[in-house]
Write a new protein. Structure first.
Length: 544
């Protein structure tokens, strides 16, 4: 018996350590695990209820011992899903070339056991030590009543998810040294939000930046097109230097700003060029929602809707856009924010700066508008929704479908079927204030010869009116409190998007200061000024 394991498990007290072991549903498995297959119904002698300390200790000791010995079949038999556990445990020793495994359990919390893995990774005569922490949970087998490890890939390593595996080999892509627009080095350690972005840049441009591959232990992901996640470098490659459009100063401000609000994302672009100055996310899932999010943008969409109204001669900045308490469009009633007084004599500028929903709803049925008018404005003027952006990494181009029925009105105020990301809305603001659509990009197209998307942009008069309405919103309207004190030429638009089943709406805000446009979204963040507004302000303060 491995005395250290047994004593640590049985004698432990409550504690919580890092790791990713899940508490998912039980699995019906093969007879090899003794918990399924031909096992049939629970036997009369089978135990039930939560495994006790002795069972937790015995199961984990046997699992750890088999894992240390490289016996994947036996180790898998102590889990409740040996069919999934065996290939990953086999890859741990074979494909990942990990040997000399020693596992030290920590203090037990109920049936959860934290532990530390120390081992050695070897390839081509080179070895490096490996150390990390994870955890597992012991559960009762469904059919046999055995105490078994509740199988999750994260038991083997906390970075592993369903379908992932571990490999040690020459990296598929040479490493890169990504630098900002002024040559400052951008690292995951200094700019955590850039981690997934830098991985994508390496996958796309590692072979074009002039580097040499490294030898690495990495997570190979199940999802097609997802780059490997390096965990340990055995032999340094020669990194190629990759210049990005990022501004380290603006990126630092964006990283700090999103950390103040859960599930938040922000993008800043340079309107005169389309260059992306910052991209930051604060999320637990690592998803680059700033570039790839697909959610309703709320009233920030009124920038595009206002452009549609002006371009089609429905009204103008100083033309009529009455703001009643409520408006009904094809059986659906729309209302304004609580406390907004009606204004039957409102102009478009006034309804825009107050973010009056009913004014925009009442205008969407004016001639010559059709169900497709908003779609045409978004695609032809703002370059959205055509699936042709080439930013340098994966991104979403926005979606503004032609919609009939109540969704025609809902789309006009950023609900319905409209979907955007912060990247899209930062680009919308850039187009609105310059009149020109310049597709956002993170890496110069000169590096790989890709063609950036084009669109005809806005007439000069339309852009001038949009910019002035955004200025008024930032100084007299719903964004005035957030933008107060910022110097220079400023403008903004607030938004909140209701989500079915979600207690609070998503908070949206987009704005500009000088030659910087930024947009942010915070899930469940409330109104535009509550969460997204402070994020955008911080970014504009750093970059305007």
């Amino acid at each position: 018996m491995r005395r250290g394991v047994r004593t640590g498990l049985v004698g432990g007290v409550l504690a919580v350590m890092v790791g990713g072991a899940g508490y998912g549903t039980y699995n019906i498995v093969t007879a090899l695990s003794g918990d399924g297959g031909g096992g049939g119904a629970r036997t009369a002698s089978a135990k039930s209820g939560t495994p006790g300390p002795d069972e937790v200790g015995e199961t984990t000791e046997k699992f750890f011992t088999a894992w240390e010995n490289g016996d994947a079949v036996t180790a898998a038999s102590y889990t409740n899903n040996d069919g999934a556990a065996e290939p990953l445990l086999t890859a741990f020793g074979e494909d990942a070339r990990i040997t000399g495994v020693r596992i030290t359990p920590g203090k037990v919390s109920g049936t959860t056991v934290p532990f530390t893995v120390k081992a050695k990774v070897s390839h081509g005569g080179t070895s490096e030590p490996l150390s990390y922490r994870s955890e597992l949970t012991v559960v009762r087998g469904v059919t046999t009543g055995r105490a078994l490890v509740d199988w999750e890939p994260s038991v083997v390593h906390p970075e592993l998810k369903e379908g992932d595996t571990l490999v040690t080999e020459e990296s598929a892509d040479p490493p890169i040294e990504a630098v900002d627009r002024a040559g400052a080095v951008l690292t995951k350690e200094k700019y955590p939000s850039l981690g997934p972005v830098l991985d994508q840049l390496r996958a796309r441009y590692g072979d074009k930046a002039g580097g040499e591959p490294a030898v690495e232990l990495a997570v190979r992901h199940a999802a097609d097109g997802t780059p490997d996640t390096p965990l340990l470098t055995l032999a340094e490659g020669e990194p190629g230097r990759l210049r990005t459009t990022i501004s380290a100063r603006v990126q630092a401000a964006a990283e700090k700003a999103v950390r103040g609000h859960d599930d938040s994302s922000v993008v800043a672009v340079k309107p005169s060029t389309g260059e992306v100055l910052a991209v930051a996310n604060h999320r637990g899932d690592g998803f680059n929602a700033a570039f790839q999010g697909q959610v309703a943008p709320g009233s920030t969409m009124k920038i595009i809707t206002a452009a549609m109204l002006i371009d089609n001669g429905v009204t103008s900045m100083n033309g009529p856009a009455p703001c009643p308490d409520r408006a009904t469009w094809q059986s659906q009633t729309f209302e304004n924010l609580t406390g907004m007084p009606p204004n039957g004599n409102a102009t478009l500028a006034n309804s825009f700066l107050r973010s009056c929903n009913t004014a925009f709803v009442k205008l969407v049925d004016e001639k010559p508008l059709t169900d497709a008018s908003l779609t045409a404005e978004a695609e032809e003027r703002f370059g959205l929704g055509r699936d042709d952006w080439q930013t340098g990494i994966a991104s979403f181009d926005g979606r503004v479908p032609a919609s009939g029925g109540p969704d025609r009105a809902a789309n006009a105020i950023g609900q319905g079927q409209v979907q955007m990301s912060p990247l899209n809305m930062a680009s919308v603001t850039a187009t609105a204030i310059t009149g020109a659509f310049r597709q956002p990009y993170l890496v110069s197209p000169d590096l790989d010869g890709r063609r950036l998307a084009t669109a005809k942009g806005l007439p000069g008069g339309t852009a001038a009116q949009l910019k002035q309405m955004m200025r008024l919103t930032a100084t007299q309207g719903t964004a005035a409190g957030i933008m107060s004190g910022l110097g220079g030429d400023i403008g903004a638009k607030t938004g909140s998007a209701e989500v079915d089943g979600q207690e609070a709406p998503n908070s949206w805000f987009t704005g500009f200061r000088g030659d910087v446009a930024a947009a942010a979204m915070s899930e469940k963040g409330g109104h535009g000024g509550d969460a997204a507004g402070p994020i955008v302000r911080a970014v504009l303060a750093a970059g305007g």
